[in-house]
Design a protein around this ligand. Structure first.
Ligand code: SF4
Ligand SMILES: [Zn+2]
Ligand SMILES: [Zn+2]
Length: 309
């Protein structure tokens, strides 16, 4: 196996591109895919202040590293979810990465700062933990970016993640979700712009990037992921990809190029119906936003902010 670019021995193959690369050209390939995603979707301006959602896993650390190498002003935000030893360990990986490179890592702890954690939220809502967890992440990353003056929130969702989410949305024909599924969501009143610059890289590539860059990341999967529907969708897509390399990328990019616009109206309608949450002031379609309702269900006493409706 030889590098597609320089013909030296290759260390990684990317079947989707029918190509293999040596270390140097693989790292360049990863940067190039991120740069292309940013350009194609107008994700970032050169002087944007970017807040990277950092979990300590391969995707978020690779993303943070690549954005810095591409010259972006990118800080990190780590959110402590309170998932036992898993969260403690992920926090250590996030801090070790930031400390070794002298980067700024903000931190929020669900329990210390908001009075609940993911396991308690899951048992109070009698639902799978990922629902409460995802809701908390979306709310708090947005909030932190607004409070600290960041222009954009960047998350480490990769090609495999996005293809799995798309499969789930298509299986349910969830038109509002399909309308919102795009690698860039523009900022609106109360919402900071959100981008997914890893959308052109598979998880095998982000893992290889970290290994080749000697980035230590948390390999252990979240213990609460069991039953997460996306894992099943990923298995299905991996089986397809095995038979016909490139199927996953064709599914996702075909949707982004030719399918998404057909559903964009559903997301616009939803955006127009937004007003401020009566408790925290965040945009919501109801009187109280989903994040505040979640905290209420877990038994946190809510304090209404001045200025909120
Ligand atoms: S697997 Fe679910 S609970 Fe665990 S971090 Fe991811 S979203 Fe949260
Ligand atoms: Zn090479
Ligand atoms: Zn609220």
């Amino acid at each position: 196996m030889k590098c597609r670019v320089c013909r030296e021995p290759a260390v990684v193959d990317v079947r989707r591109h029918n190509a293999a690369f040596c270390r140097e050209h693989f790292l360049h390939h990863c940067e190039e895919q991120v740069r292309r995603a940013i350009d194609a979707h107008g994700m970032l301006l050169p002087n944007d202040r970017v807040l990277v959602a950092v979990s300590g896993g391969k995707d978020s650390l690779a993303l943070w590293d690549i954005l810095r190498r591409l010259g972006y002003d990118a800080d990190g935000l780590y959110l402590g979810l309170g998932i036992g030893g898993y969260s403690g360990e992920s926090r250590e990986y996030a801090h070790a990465f930031a400390d070794a490179r002298g980067l700024r890592l903000l931190e929020i702890d669900l329990d210390d700062d908001y009075g609940y954690d993911v396991p308690r939220a899951a048992s109070a809502t009698h639902r799978a933990p990922c629902g409460a967890c995802g809701l908390s992440k979306r709310h708090l990353f947005n909030r932190a970016a607004l409070v600290h003056g960041y222009d954009v929130v960047a998350t480490g969702h990769n090609l495999d993640d996005e293809a799995a989410v798309l499969l789930g949305n298509v299986l349910r024909w969830d038109v509002a979700y399909l309308g919102r599924q795009y690698p860039v969501l523009p900022g609106t009143d109360g919402f900071v712009k959100k981008v997914k610059p890893l959308v052109r890289l598979g998880e095998r590539e982000t893992a290889a990037y970290c290994v080749l860059m000697r980035i230590d990341y948390q390999v252990e999967e979240c213990p609460m992921a069991e039953g997460n529907r996306h894992l099943g969708y990923k298995e299905v897509l991996n089986a397809l990809e095995d038979r016909s390399p490139g199927a996953k990328a064709a599914f996702l990019f075909g949707f982004l190029e030719r399918g998404h616009e057909r559903f964009a109206g559903a997301a616009d309608d939803e955006r127009e119906a937004l007003g401020p949450c009566a408790v925290c002031g965040s945009p919501t379609t109801g009187e109280v936003c989903a994040f505040c309702r979640l905290r209420e269900r877990v038994g946190v006493e809510l304090v209404r902010q001045d200025g909120a409706r």
